[in-house]
Design a protein around this ligand. Structure first.
Ligand SMILES: [Zn+2]
Length: 58
């Protein structure tokens, strides 16, 4: 996935699952960018599928 703030690309698993103690819900799914700590929403499964189909672009 790509960070919406700094544009850094990283695997969702590499991101920081920062919201375990989120008061809104027990563990919202936000993924923090390892570079700038911006909270990104996780990519929808459909987007992941499309990316796999077309391969990774850099
Ligand atoms: Zn970032």
């Amino acid at each position: 996935m790509r960070c919406g703030f700094c544009g850094f690309e990283f695997e969702e698993e590499e991101g920081i699952q920062g919201c375990r103690n989120c008061p809104m819900a027990a563990g919202c799914k936000m993924v923090k960018c390892p570079r700038c700590n911006y909270e990104n929403p996780p990519e929808p499964a459909l987007v992941k599928k499309l990316k796999k189909l077309f391969g990774k672009r850099k």
